[in-house]
Design a protein around this ligand. Structure first.
Ligand code: ZN
Ligand code: CU
Length: 484
C-alpha cells in the first residue's frame, strides 16, 4: 500500500472553485495534497475521519495589517482560529517594508506599531524576518505607497518631485523583484492625499511587466466615491494592471443607499479591465481617528488614544459630554487615536459582500488593544451568519471568495484550491456550527466550529486551540489570473 503523512477520510470537499461539494478522501504528503478521491487506500501516520465535515482550502485574508503581528506574535491566533492560513499584508498604502523612519511613523503607519516595530529598511529584510520566525500562517506582501513616500519625502502634504519618484520607483522595483504581490495606496489619508494621480501612475507603471496588482484604499469612500473609483480604474487602465478596491463601502450617512450605483460602476469597468474589491462583513469601519469623519449622528468608539489612554472603549459622544466639548474638539484633543465608526449601512454592506467580484478581507487591526471584531470574526461570520443563516451566499460561493478567487487574483501559486499537487493549506469545519463570537463589546474571542487546520501540511490548529506547530511561509508573487 502507498503511504502518506495524513489521510482525511469522508470529508465534504468544498474545493475553493465555487463547485458543488463532494464527499472525498484527501491524502497529504509533506507540504502537498498528493491525492484526492472518493475512497483512497494509504498507509498514513495520521488518519482522520472527517465524518462529513466540510474541508476547504485554508482561507486567504486578502486585506490585513498583520505586517508586524506575524513577526511579534507568530502564533497568529486571531487569524488562525478563523481558518485563515494566508494573510496579505501591506494594504492601504502602509507596509512594514521597505521603511526607514525619521522619528515616529506618520499616520496611519502607526497602525502597524511604534517606531521600534519598523525594522525592515528593505523588502528583503522583511522576507528574511518572516522566514526566520516561521509564523503560523503564510504571508504575501504588498508595498505601501505611503511607506515609499515616507522613505523619500521630507513632508507628505505635497506630491512627489521627479527625483523622489525616481527613488520610490527604484525601491518598488526592488521589492517586486523580491516577490512583492503589488502596490497598495491609501489616498484618503492625509499622508498620501496630496499625491497626484500621476505620482501613483509613475509607480503603477512598474506592475504590469511584473504581473503584479494594484490595490487601493481610495481617495474617497464618501460623496466623491465615484470619482475615486474612476481614478483607481484609470490607474489600472493606463498601467495595464488589475485593480482591487480595498474594503469597498459607502461610508457616511449622506452616502447610504448608493451601493447599487457603486457596484454598477464597478461592473462597467469590469467589462473592459480586470477589477474587483474586498469587503468585511460589518456595518462599521475602523482606523485612526480622522477629524474629517467626525459626525455627531454617527456612533464613534475610541479604541486607543496616546494622549488620553484612559478613555479607550468609550464613545466620542460620552467623552465630549464629560469634557464639555463638541465631538470634533474632543477628537482633536484625543490625537493620535484610533476609532471604530458605525458609519456604514448594513444593507449596502450586504449588497457589496454578495457581488461576484468581491473577496473577503478582514482589515483587522492586530495592534489595537480593543480591536474592531472583524480581526477575530470575519471569516466565520461570512460562513455562519451570511451564508448559513441569511442564505445570502451558497457555501461554495462564500468559500470561493476567501480561497480560489484571491489566490488567482493575487498570484498565489498552487493555493486556494483543493487539487492534487497543491499546497496542503486546509481547514476542516462544521458548516452547521461555524460562527464568529467576537463582538464590539467583547472583540477578542475565537470563533466556533473549526475542527482542524493544516498549513503546508502541518496540523496547526484543532478545536483545542493552536497545536504549537507553525509552518507558514513567505509567498512570492506568482502569476495573477483574472476570470471576470
Ligand atoms: Zn484602508
Ligand atoms: Cu486596511
Amino acid at each position: 500500500m502507498r503511504s502518506c503523512d495524513t489521510l482525511i477520510r469522508n470529508a465534504n470537499v468544498v474545493d475553493g472553485s465555487g463547485a458543488a461539494p463532494a464527499s472525498m478522501d484527501v491524502a497529504i504528503n509533506g507540504d502537498q495534497i498528493c491525492e484526492l478521491g472518493p475512497s483512497l487506500s494509504y498507509a498514513a501516520s495520521a488518519i482522520i475521519d472527517a465524518q462529513g465535515l466540510a474541508l476547504a482550502p485554508g482561507f486567504i485574508d486578502v486585506h490585513t495589517h498583520d505586517d508586524t503581528a506575524v513577526i511579534h506574535d507568530p502564533v497568529m491566533l486571531p487569524k488562525l482560529s478563523q481558518g485563515v492560513t494566508t494573510v496579505i499584508v501591506g494594504n492601504c498604502g502602509i507596509s512594514a517594508a521597505p521603511v526607514q523612519l525619521r522619528g515616529e511613523p506618520p499616520d496611519p503607519m502607526n497602525l502597524l506599531g511604534n517606531a521600534d516595530a519598523f525594522r525592515y529598511p528593505t523588502f528583503a529584510a522583511y522576507v528574511a524576518a518572516i522566514q526566520e520566525v516561521i509564523p503560523a500562517v503564510n504571508v504575501g506582501a504588498l508595498v505601501g505607497h505611503t511607506a515609499l513616500r515616507n522613505n523619500h519625502m521630507d513632508r507628505l502634504d505635497r506630491t512627489a518631485t521627479e527625483g523622489e519618484m525616481i527613488a520610490m520607483r527604484r525601491q518598488l522595483k526592488e521589492a517586486l523583484d523580491g516577490g512583492a504581490l503589488g502596490l497598495s495606496t491609501g489616498l484618503a489619508y492625509l499622508s498620501a492625499n496630496a499625491a497626484s494621480t500621476e505620482e501613483v501612475l509613475a509607480l503603477a507603471e512598474l506592475l504590469a511587466s511584473a504581473g503584479a496588482v494594484y490595490t487601493t484604499h481610495m481617495r474617497s469612500e464618501t460623496e466623491a466615491i465615484l470619482d475615486a473609483m474612476q481614478e483607481a480604474f484609470e490607474v489600472g487602465r493606463l498601467s495595464r494592471v488589475p485593480v482591487i478596491i480595498s474594503h469597498l463601502k459607502c461610508a457616511g450617512i449622506a452616502n447610504w443607499g448608493r451601493s447599487s450605483e457603486v457596484l454598477q460602476f464597478l461592473d462597467t469597468a469590469r467589462a473592459s479591465q480586470p477589477a474587483g474589491c474586498d469587503c468585511y462583513p460589518y456595518a462599521a469601519g475602523s482606523s485612526t481617528l480622522d477629524l474629517r469623519q467626525v459626525d455627531e449622528r454617527v456612533k464613534i468608539t475610541i479604541t486607543w488614544s496616546t494622549s488620553h489612554p484612559e478613555v479607550a472603549g468609550q464613545t466620542l459622544e460620552q467623552i465630549a459630554a464629560v469634557w464639555n466639548l463638541t465631538q470634533l474638539e474632543a477628537a482633536k484633543r484625543l490625537q493620535p487615536a484610533g476609532a471604530i465608526y458605525h458609519s456604514i449601512s448594513e444593507e449596502d454592506m450586504r449588497r457589496i459582500l454578495q457581488h461576484p467580484a468581491t473577496m473577503i478581507g478582514s482589515d483587522g487591526l492586530p495592534n489595537d488593544p480593543r480591536p474592531h471584531p472583524r480581526l477575530w470574526g470575519t471569516f466565520p461570520r461570512v460562513l455562519g451568519r451570511y451564508s448559513r443563516e441569511e442564505k445570502m451566499l451558497s457555501l461554495p460561493e462564500a468559500v470561493h471568495k476567501m480561497t480560489g478567487m484571491p489566490a488567482q487574483r493575487f498570484g498565489l501559486a498552487k493555493r486556494g484550491l483543493i487539487r492534487q499537487g497543491y499546497y496542503a493549506d486546509l481547514v476542516l469545519f462544521d458548516p452547521d456550527q461555524i460562527i464568529d463570537t467576537a463582538t464590539f463589546s467583547d472583540p477578542v474571542s475565537p470563533s466556533k466550529g473549526i475542527a482542524r487546520i493544516w498549513v503546508n501540511g502541518v496540523l496547526s490548529y484543532t478545536d483545542q486551540g493552536a497545536t504549537g506547530k507553525r509552518n507558514g511561509r513567505f509567498l512570492s508573487r506568482g502569476k495573477t489570473t483574472w476570470i471576470q
